[in-house]
Write a protein that binds this ligand. Sequence first.
Ligand code: MSP
Length: 536
Amino acid sequence: MPAAQHPDQSRTYYVTTPIYYVNDKPHIGHCYSTLLADVAARLARLAGRDVFFLTGTDEHAEKVVTSAAAHGVTPIEWADRNAAAFQEAFRFFDLSFEDFIRTTQRRHIEKVEAYIRRLQATGAIYQGDYEGWWDESQEEYLTETTAREANFKSPVSKKPLVRRREKNYFFKLSAYEAKLLAHIEAHPGFIQPDARRNEVVGRIRQGLQDVPISRAAEPGSTPWGILMPDDPQHRVYVWIDALFNYLSAVDTPERRKYWPAEVHLLGKDILWFHAVIWPCMLMALGEPLPRAVYAHSWWIREGQKMSKSLGNFLDFPTLRGYAQAFSLDALRWFLLTQGPAGATDADFAHARFVESYNADLANGVGNAASRVSNMIDKYFDGACPDPKGKTNHAGHDWPALANTAVETALAKFEALDLAGAMEAGVTLVRRVDGYINATEPFKIAKDPARKDELGVILYHCAEAIRIAALILSPAMPTKMADVLSRFGAPDLSAARLGRDGAWGGLQPGVRVVKGEALFPRADADAPPPEPIGKED
Ligand code: MSP
C-alpha cells in the first residue's frame, strides 16, 4: 500500500457505487450513492489522480424474470429497458462515470466463471445443504438471530420470510474471520464511518458462518443467471455475481492498474456484503483489498421513512421537478451537503432544501459572484483590475486564505468528507463577503482618487471567487464552470487544484462578465415544485 503521498501525484483512484437492481426505477437512493461517487471522482481528478469511476446494474435477480413475464417481454429485454433508464437518470444528474457495467454482459460473466473456478481450486468452495430464512424481496438469507429479531418478516419489505432448504455451494467464510479482523484492526479507515465499523466488528466477533454462493436452478425455469462451472443445476447466487463486478470491470490488461479500489461507496443496508463477504472472497482469490468501504445512511422524506405503501418515494419525477425549479446543481448541492453521508439518516424536507439553497447558494456563492462581477463591470468596464502587487489588504492575507481553502478541500477529500471539502469553498466565499463589508468598495468608488485601492479590493474578491468556484466545481460542475468563465478562467476539464488553485492565476485585464443571477433567491413560503414527467 502506498505511503501518504502528495495528492497531486498521479496515482490511480478507483471509486465504485453499488450496482443497482435493474428491476427498480431509479430513485433518490440510487442517485445519492452515485452522486457521492461522482463528487469523489471529480475531486480526485482535480487532485490530479488517474480516476476510474464505475457504476452499473445488477441484473440476475429472480424478480427480473417475474417482472419481465408480467410485462410480456423476455428478461433481457426487460433488463435492457431498465438499464437504459438508469443510464439516462445518471446522465441527467451529470454523473461522470467512466464505465457502466451490467452483470448480463459477456465480459462480466466470463470473469465470474473464472473467479469461481479459482475459488474452487483453492478449496474455498465446497458443496453442502443449506436451510434458512429467505427474504424474497432482498434475495438473501437472514441469520437465525436476525430473522427472530425481525419477527420473521423482511426488515425491508416486511413480507414474511420463507423457510428454504437447498443444496448449495458454500464459501468458507468462517476460515477468514481472524484474518479479516486483523485487517480491520490494522487499517482503521477500511470500514467507514467509525460507527459502522464498530457494528461490523461486533457482528464478526459473534462468529462468521460459511455462506451459500449458489442456488438450485429450478427445473423448467427460465435460465437466468450465471451457471456454476461444470454444474448447470446451480447458478451463482445473485449477490456473489454482483460483488464480482468491482473486479471484473477492471480485470483487463489496460485497467488492472486501478485495482484495488480506493473506495466502494454504498448504503448501510448492504454493508455486510461489502465489508465482510467481499473482502473474504478477495482474500481467497489472493487479491488485495479495497482501501475503504464507505457506508452512507438513508434519506427519509419530511420526517418519514420512504415506502411504496406510503407512496412518498422521492422518485425521478420529483427530483426532476427540483432540478427544474432550482437548477440541477442546486439539487446536487443539497443532496451532497445535507445528505446522510454519516451514520445518521437525513431528511429531504422542502423547508430544509430552501433554507440551504438560500443560505449557501442564493445569498452565498451566487450573490458574491454577482456583486463582484457587477462592480468590475461598473467601475472598470469589465476589465479585471490590477492588484498592483498587493496581496495582503485590510487584515486579509489572501494567498494564505485561498491556500488554506485548497489544502482543506484536498485533506477533507482524502478523508472522504466530501461535504467538508465543499464547505472549504463556501468558507472562502464568506471571507469575500466579510471583506466587502469591511472595505465597502461601493463607497470607495465614489472617490476617483481611490481608484487603485478599489482595483486592489475587487481583484482580491474576483480571484478568491475564482478559486472558490474551482473548489466547489465537483458538486456544481455546470454553475461553477459558468462562474469560472465569467471570471476569465479557461475550461474546467483539465483543471488541477494544485496548479489552478494557486493565488494569482487571474490575469489583470481579462474580461469579467456580469450575467444572470446564478441562483435566484427562493421563496420559503412557496409550495414544493411539481413533479415532472412520468416514471416510465
Ligand atoms: N443490487 C444491490 C447492490 C449490489 S452491489 C454489489 C442493491 N441494489 S439496490 O438497487 O437496491 O440499490 C441499493 C442502493 O440504494 C444502496 O446503496 C442503498 O443504500 C441505496 N438506497 C436505497 N434507498 C435509499 C434511501 N432511502 N436513501 C439512501 N440510499 C438508499 O442493493
